[in-house]
Design a protein around this ligand. Structure first.
Ligand code: NAD
Length: 357
C-alpha cells in the first residue's frame, strides 16, 4: 500500500526516537512491498523558535495531507515559563482539536525480563497486558472555568454529552472485541452527575456489543486495584482527567517511561502516534534514549491508520525478540551491564524483523 506519514520529531529526544522508528517503518515497507512517504515538519518548541508558533500552518497542512502523524515529544527548559503566551504543549492541544482526536489509546504491558525495574513484585506483574482508552477532548480540561484573579475562589466544569461518551465507548468496546473481550468503565458515579451520565451511556452502548463483558469501577477503588491486581484488566475506558491520572499510574508497571506507546484517534483512520514520555532534556543529544515507546507507537500507526495488522504485530514481535535477546538501553539495563545506544537498539529490532520476515 501507499501511505504518507508526517513526522513531527519535536524537541529534546523527540527527533532521536522518531528517527529510529522511521528507519524501522522503512524496513517494514521494504519487507512488505509498501511505499511509505515520510514528510518532516516543525512542531513544539523548535517551531516556536523558527516560526513563533508551536503548530505552524505549514505543519498543519502537511498533517492534513497525510494518513497519520508520528510524533516525538515537545518542550524543554527554554520554553517552560508557564506565563509565556506561546508554549510547546499548546501545539499538542491544537493538533488534537484540529483533527477531532477524542480518544487516547495507551497499551500497558509488563515485560517479565524487565520486572526488576518496576516497583511492584514480579508475581503481580505476570500477565499484565491492558489497554487504556482515555476520552481526550471533554471533561474538566475543556469545560467552562473561572479564576477570580487573586481571589478566594475558582472553578472548573466537567461537562460530557451522551454523544461524546457514546463515541469513545464504542471505540473501547471495539478494542475489547479484538482482545480478551473485557471492558472496565471507570467513573465516580456515586458522587458526580457527569459520571452518572457516563455510566448510563456506557451501559446503553454495551447492548451493541453482547460479546464483551462490561464492569464498572469507581475511580478511587480502581486506582487501588490497578496496583493490587493489574493483570485482571483488559480494556479500560474512562473520562479525560481520570484517564490522565490513571494512565500515569499504570505506566510504572512497564518499568520505564521509555517503553510506552500511545495513539490519539478520531472517527476516521487518521491518528497521531507518540510515546508517552516527554522530551527528556536530561539525556537529549546523547543518543541513549529508549526508542521502544516510539517504535511501538509506529506499530500502532500501522495497525490503526494503515490497517496493516500483520506488519504491526511483526514490529511488536521484533521489539520483544530484541528484549529477549538481552538488548537494553541504559534506562532498562542491569546496573553495571553494558547498554546499547538508541540506534544500536534499533538495529537489533531491525535484525529481528529481517529474521522473522
Ligand atoms: P520526561 O518524560 O521527559 O522525563 C522524565 C524522566 O524519564 C527523565 O529522567 C528522562 O530522562 C526519562 N525518560 C523519558 N523518556 C525516556 C526515554 N525514552 N528513554 C530513557 N529515559 C527516558 O518528563 P519531564 O522531565 O517531566 O519533562 C521534560 C519535558 O518534556 C518538559 O518540557 C515537559 O513539559 C515535556 N513533556 C512533553 C510531553 C509530550 O510531548 N507529550 C509529555 C510529558 C512531558
Amino acid at each position: 500500500m501507499q501511505a504518507t506519514i508526517t513526522v513531527l520529531g519535536g524537541d529534546g529526544i523527540g527527533p532521536e526516537v522518531t528517527a529510529i522508528a522511521v528507519s524501522l517503518l522503512k524496513e517494514v515497507a521494504a519487507l512488505g512491498g509498501h511505499a511509505f512517504t515520510f514528510q518532516e515538519a516543525l512542531f513544539g518548541g523548535c517551531a516556536i523558535d523558527a516560526a513563533g508558533d508551536p503548530f505552524p500552518p505549514e505543519t498543519r497542512s502537511l498533517c492534513e495531507n497525510s494518513h497519520a502523524v508520528l510524533l516525538g515529544a515537545v518542550g524543554g527548559p527554554q520554553w517552560s515559563d508557564p506565563s509565556a503566551a506561546v508554549r510547546p504543549e499548546q501545539g499538542l492541544l491544537r493538533l488534537r482539536q484540529h483533527f477531532g482526536l477524542f480518544a487516547n489509546l495507551r497499551p500497558v504491558r509488563a515485560y517479565p525480563m524487565l520486572a526488576r525495574h518496576a516497583p511492584l513484585r514480579a508475581e503481580l506483574l505476570e500477565g499484565v497486558d491492558m489497554l487504556f482508552v482515555r476520552e481526550l477532548t471533554g471533561g474538566a480540561y475543556f469545560g467552562a472555568r473561572q479564576e477570580q484573579g487573586e481571589g478566594d475562589s475558582a472553578y472548573d466544569t466537567i461537562l460530557y454529552t451522551v454523544a461524546e461518551v457514546e463515541r469513545v465507548a464504542r471505540l473501547a468496546f471495539r478494542a475489547a472485541q479484538s482482545r480478551r473481550k473485557h471492558l472496565t468503565s471507570v467513573d465516580k458515579a456515586n458522587v458526580l452527575a457527569s459520571s452518572r451520565l457516563w455510566q448510563r451511556t456506557v451501559k446503553q452502548v454495551a447492548a451493541e456489543f453482547p460479546d464483551v463483558r462490561l464492569d464498572h469501577a469507581l475511580v478511587d477503588s480502581f486506582a487501588m486495584q490497578l496496583i493490587r491486581t493489574p493483570a485482571r484488566f483488559d480494556v479500560i475506558v474512562t473520562e479525560n482527567m481520570f484517564g490522565d491520572i490513571l494512565t500515569d499510574e499504570a505506566a510504572v508497571l512497564a518499568g520505564s517511561l521509555g517503553m510506552l506507546p500511545s495513539a490519539s484517534l478520531g472517527e476516521g483512520t487518521f491518528g497521531v502516534y507518540e510515546p508517552i514520555h516527554g522530551s527528556a532534556p536530561d539525556i537529549a543529544g546523547k543518543g541513549i534514549a529508549n526508542p521502544i515507546g516510539t517504535i511501538l507507537s509506529a506499530a500502532m500507526l500501522l495497525r490503526h491508520s494503515l490497517n496493516l495488522e500483520a506488519e504491526a504485530a511483526a514490529l511488536e514481535a521484533a521489539v520483544l525478540s530484541a528484549l529477549e535477546s538481552g538488548a537494553r538501553t541504559s534506562d532498562i539495563a542491569e546496573p553495571n551491564a553494558p547498554a546499547l545506544s538508541s540506534a544500536e537498539f534499533g538495529e537489533r529490532v531491525r535484525a529481528a524483523l529481517r529474521k522473522a520476515g
